[in-house]
Design a binder for this molecule. Structure first.
Ligand code: TA6
Length: 267
């Protein structure tokens, strides 16, 4: 494969997107809207990310599935918009290519990229960079936050990953609790200070999840009732995913000129 074919411009729904293809055949799609990793297939050809059949794919609402980037606020833990503006802003592609067999793309977001209402509501100087790379059956994401302004700002960050599973009833998660965790209904829990290595077991598939810089993790599945109440999720779709999210929920304020970076590796 020609390296020029490693990253192609495409569309996902109505959204401009990048299609990454590693030399070994691993593939990923990333929309500029949200810098949202929407599909990831390892070299084994298996899709690993869930995306709802009812998700908006036109930029009118955050995508329901894939890996929403949560910044600068997690959920309703703050006075700003729920889960922050990063997932509903259009990022810029600033780098792409192949490095040591990894196909990668880097996307960036700064205040000038924001809708005026978002920039007004969060008036800080910042630069975000998200680098997504794939090779074989591995995915890495590196999320960097830089304070380019004159004042410190508090922030939270998360990669709200929706893993595609065969059946939520048979999923087991290792590393968040003292015993293996099974999801038997609606589940929404924040784990502060988690082990840097977690595992998700779904039938015969074991995904190893490693995080660095992200001190916390969140596990979520809406269960039948909450899923039915979500306009952008089909009633039975809650069976097909679990969100396991590397997160940083109580970071110290980022001082002017400082940067924070979190890494996530799935294999
Ligand atoms: O990460 C878990 C969570 O905060 C849940 O409480 C749940 O509602 C989910 O995120 C989805 O949030 P959203 O704003 O995308 O509907």
């Amino acid at each position: 494969m020609n390296h020029l074919d490693a990253v192609r411009s495409t569309t996902f729904g109505q959204l401009p997107a990048l299609l990454l293809t590693a030399p070994d055949g691993a593939q990923a799609s990333i929309t500029l809207y949200g810098a949202h990793l929407i599909s990831w297939r390892g070299a084994d050809g298996r899709e690993r990310l869930f995306c709802s059949a009812k998700s908006a794919l036109d930029g009118s609402k955050a995508i329901r599935g894939g890996v929403p980037v949560i910044f600068p606020q997690f959920a309703e833990r703050g006075a700003g918009m729920r889960h922050g503006f990063a997932r509903v802003s259009t990022w810029r592609a600033i780098g792409q290519g192949v490095d040591d067999g990894w196909a990668f793309a880097t996307l960036a977001l700064a205040p000038a990229d924001l809708a005026p209402a978002h920039a007004q509501a969060w008036p800080h100087g910042f630069e975000l960079a998200l680098r997504i790379a794939i090779r074989a059956n591995e995915l890495t994401m590196r999320f960097e936050v830089r304070n380019t302004g004159a004042e410190a700002f508090p922030f939270a960050a998360a990669l709200h990953t929706y893993f595609l599973v065969d059946d939520i009833a048979s999923v087991r998660i290792d590393g968040v609790e003292t015993e293996e965790l099974a999801i038997t209904g609606k589940f929404d829990r924040v784990y502060e200070g988690v082990a840097p290595r977690l595992a998700m077991v779904d039938g015969g598939v074991v995904l190893t999840l490693r995080q660095e810089g992200f001190a916390d993790a969140v596990v979520w599945n809406p269960g039948a009732e909450d899923a039915a109440a979500l306009a952008d999720m089909a009633d039975e779709e809650y069976r097909r995913f679990v969100c396991i999210e590397p997160a940083l929920l109580d970071a110290p304020a980022l001082e002017p000129g400082q940067r924070w970076a979190g890494k996530y590796h799935v294999s």
